[in-house]
Design a protein around this ligand. Sequence first.
Ligand code: ZN
Length: 381
Amino acid sequence: MTRIAAFWAGLAALACVGVTPALARPTFNLSFIAGTSQAAQDDFTAAANYWAGTLTNNVTINLTVGTANLGGLILGATTSAQVFETYSSLRSALVADKSGDATDATATANLASSASPLSIYMNHTTDNSNSATPFTYSVSNPDFRMTTALARALGYSGLDNVGFSTAGQALSVTAASTTVTCTTCDAIIEFTTAFNWDYTTSDGIAAGNYDFTGAAIHEIAHALGFISGVDTVDFFASGTPTSAATLAGFYMAPLDLFRCSTASKAAGTALDFTEDTRTKYFSLNDCTTTGAAQFADGTSATNGDGSQASHWKNGLGLGIMNPTLTSGVVAAVSTNDLTALDAIGWNLSSAPEPASLALGGVWLAGLGFARRRAAARGTLK
Ligand SMILES: [Zn+2]
């Protein structure tokens, strides 16, 4: 938590000399479910403060937070309220949201026109007999699904009492024997009681324990809109296959606009919405240029790589949005993490920095540790 304390200390020092930062900040209203330890509440609050110090959108985000035995290797999970907006509307909001930084400039300059149908690289639909072979699907102005927190950042209003997909529907999550319901929250975030957490990041993470603040920063980022619809491709393909129109009309997320591959680029499509193990890049210009950042390929071990598509590719040390967290390691926010949130509509404080460059070494060391003891990894949903 050193990084967070340092930020707020800096802010306080500015205030003392009468220089009030002009930057807007998001406000996080946190509601803790009964039974959440004080240590967990304090660490989650620190994680929210990290995002409040990193983002400059003047919005209020309501989160309901608790702990429960989530089973398996799951460390944490986020269920977000979500709304639909058309591509045309989303595109306009992203353009209007441009904060003047290079990420926004590149991202918005390369968004496909909304005057023409959107071309999407797809597979595993009834349109192609559920085949893994990709094809190009074109659809006029499809809906995109976004978290209500992101919708607020993009300037959409009238979002109170918004549920999973229908206005006025409550969010409801059943964890263990408890059902949690909230009618005005943007997300319900839960952390498992099945693993040992380390609540003091400043002195490192104890062997066999997991970084609670890091996990909280990760889960909040999902609520902020770091989600993908690609996992639904396999969900339908493995059950009752559905059409390209259904997949493209209900499940694409703003982050998917920046998901592409060499093949989707060659096909001239705006995004790669397939589930297979070809490399999917995070790119601001439809894979005209690509960097190190790749997305995970999907939960299915048959069609994907076994990791939820709403994460970075596992094992590459790409950032705090990795699908797994290693025990004994401090989870560090990376430039990839911040650039992705910037691209989908969040604005970063003037000199955004990863949570700690110094911690990168610890993170890499931890990955080496994980390879030797693979069991000591938990999954962040
Ligand atoms: Zn996750």
